[in-house]
Design a binder for this molecule. Structure first.
Ligand code: ISL
Ligand code: CA
Length: 558
């Protein structure tokens, strides 16, 4: 039987991602925290979501905002205490909301006890928890080189020399994020303890950070590339599959939980290999292909956005991947209304059109905090306002390559991860109602229009539209389990169908452009035969042949 026909709670619920630092600050220190999240549980319940994904809350020196963990079984004091965490789990239980935690096990912080021990001496029992190698003497001028030519996700060599022992350790991310060594069975044993600890506390699963890079097959030099030299030695390698199989068999399968992998540079085939039910590994994965259809090589180099490239990529994943994790933004990506829509002229229309598309796709939908308000990219004017380590590294690298400052700033504006990390816009008050103190990252001044308080009282708001879509997905089984078909794609107009035997057919009609377009004959006919159940424009006359900018409507068979 296909996985799609198996009913699972994690297919039926909508996931809401919380980036704790930016969500709600309860004590005025400018940093979002767990009591803040607790105070907004009723808001989330009312929105209709069924699962919360918490970006890391663990103890961390915050070199990469919590993705550098120094203790997996403790809470970062900035966010609260373990008791707060227990109250959060309780509060969610009362509201029938499940929680998944971020699991960052490719690397730890260099301030984790294991690494502190590891770096002390070559015969320390923790030495092999990480990947250490001596440098190489190139022979020419006798200058010592790192063990291989791999580069890090955050630019520069993926190796850092450590004075204590004179050897280098591998870090695919920042130098404060040393990679764990999965060839050492003790590491996996530690990971199992961590998983059990949280599952026993009442967590319902994990979002597994860069999980398809944990197994490094060899440490040979990689083929030279503009970005990520070395990747062929660690992307979705056999060792990664072995580890996931073990974790699934020994831990995940013993609990009523689910896992979503964040998997970089995966093809649909690799996605199935990691998540098809008969593989016994993960339940679904986040691909990146649709997010990067407007990129050359990597996200810092953009080409103009084309709806057909974007949609064809989504359609390919719909066709080929058994169960998708559908998302248009997260804490690493620009805001979708700014990225794929038009936040200047057709803000609400395009934000709603994207939402209609997201909820029509087959798979589990993920909403990132603020997406439901139509939050946009930041309105900063210089690097002085940027916090993200990745942006600062890119800025430096582009300067070394003599990119003019204007070009560099444009790159940052379009692609910086801080676009998604500005404070959640609760109200038009100072700091968007996020904090009574000074927020760690400045709130967008458009919080004057896009915020929870005002959108809650406006039945035409982006927020109201998300609520309707979430409710609709609960009501119409075809939106969850139905087959997905593309009935029409002409120019920027798309007609999509969801069909489940015994249920009424559902159609989504979209104009993915800022221009008026002609409605194809097929859609005119469908319109006459069906009942309109949701639209982002108020009036539409029978027989009307025009689609307005970013118009989207959902039809149901009568
Ligand atoms: O954000 C990216 C592109 O700008 C990705 O390359 C990103 O670094 C990659 O998807 C991995 O992301 C995850 O792991 C990182 C962390 O910084 C990200 O926030 C996290 O989502 C390292 O733990
Ligand atoms: Ca706080």
């Amino acid at each position: 039987m296909l996985q799609g026909t198996l009913r699972e709670w994690w297919k039926e619920r909508v996931v809401y991602q919380i980036y704790p630092r930016s969500f709600c600050d309860s004590n005025g220190d400018g940093i979002g925290d767990i009591p803040g999240i607790i105070s907004k549980l009723d808001y989330l319940k009312d929105l209709g979501i069924g699962i919360i994904w918490l970006s890391p809350l663990y103890k961390s020196p915050n070199d990469d905002n919590g993705y550098d963990i120094s203790d997996y079984m403790d809470i970062n004091p900035e966010f609260g205490t373990m008791d707060d965490m227990k109250r959060l789990i309780e509060g969610c239980k009362e509201r029938d909301i499940k929680i998944i935690m971020d699991l960052v096990i490719n690397h730890t912080s260099d301030e984790h006890e294991w690494f502190k021990e590891s770096r002390k001496s070559k015969d320390n029992p923790y030495r092999d928890y990480y990947i250490w190698r001596p440098g190489i003497n190139s022979g020419k001028d006798g200058k010592e080189m790192p063990p291989n030519n791999w580069t890090s996700f955050f630019t520069g060599s993926a190796w850092q020399k450590d004075d204590e022992t004179g050897e280098y350790y591998l870090h695919l991310f920042s130098k404060k994020q040393p990679d764990l060594n999965y060839k050492n069975p003790a590491v996996l044993a530690e990971v199992k303890k961590i998983l059990t600890f949280w599952l026993d506390m009442g967590i319902s699963g994990f979002r597994c950070d860069v999980i398809n890079v944990i197994g490094k097959t060899t440490l040979q030099n990689g083929k030279k590339r503009i970005a990520l030299t070395g990747r062929e030695h660690y992307i979705s390698q056999p060792e990664c599959h072995e580890i996931l199989k073990k974790l699934n068999e020994e831990i995940f399968s013993k609990y009523d939980c689910f896992t979503v992998g964040e998997t970089v540079m995966v093809t649909p085939q690799m996605a199935n290999d990691l998540s098809a039910p008969d593989r016994g590994e993960l339940n679904m994965v986040f691909g990146f292909e649709h997010m990067e259809t407007d990129c050359i090589n990597n996200k810092w180099f953009k080409t103009p956005f084309s709806s057909s490239k974007f949609m064809n990529t989504l359609f390919k994943w719909q066709r080929e991947v058994m169960w998708n994790a559908n998302y248009f933004e997260n804490h690493d990506q620009p805001r979708c209304v700014s990225h794929f829509g038009n936040d200047a002229e057709f803000h609400d229309e395009s934000a709603k059109m994207l939402a209609a598309l997201l909820f029509t796709l087959r798979g589990t939908p993920y909403v990132f905090e603020g997406q439901e308000l139509g939050m946009t990219n930041f309105d900063y004017t210089s690097m002085a306002e940027i916090q993200d380590i990745e942006s600062h590294n890119i800025w430096k690298m582009a300067a070394e390559l003599h990119f003019p400052e204007k070009v560099r700033w444009l790159m940052i504006q379009k692609s910086s991860r801080d676009n998604a990390r500005t404070p959640m816009q609760w109200s038009a008050a100072e700091n968007a109602g996020f904090s009574t103190g000074t927020p760690w990252l400045r709130a967008n001044s458009n919080c004057a229009f896009y915020n929870v308080a005002s959108e809650q009282t406006d039945s035409n708001s982006v927020l109201a539209f998300y609520k309707e879509l979430i409710a609709l997905r609960k009501e119409k089984t075809a939106f969850v389990y139905g087959d997905f078909r593309v009935l029409e794609k002409t120019g920027d107009i798309y007609v999509l169908e969801r069909y489940l035997a015994g249920e009424k057919r559902l159609y989504t009609v979209l104009n993915f452009s800022a221009k008026k377009r002609v409605l194809p004959e097929k859609a005119v006919l469908l319109y006459a035969q069906c009942r309109m159940i949701l639209t982002n424009y108020t009036i539409r006359r029978q027989g009307e042949k025009e689609m307005r900018p970013y118009e989207a409507f959902i039809l149901e068979e009568r």
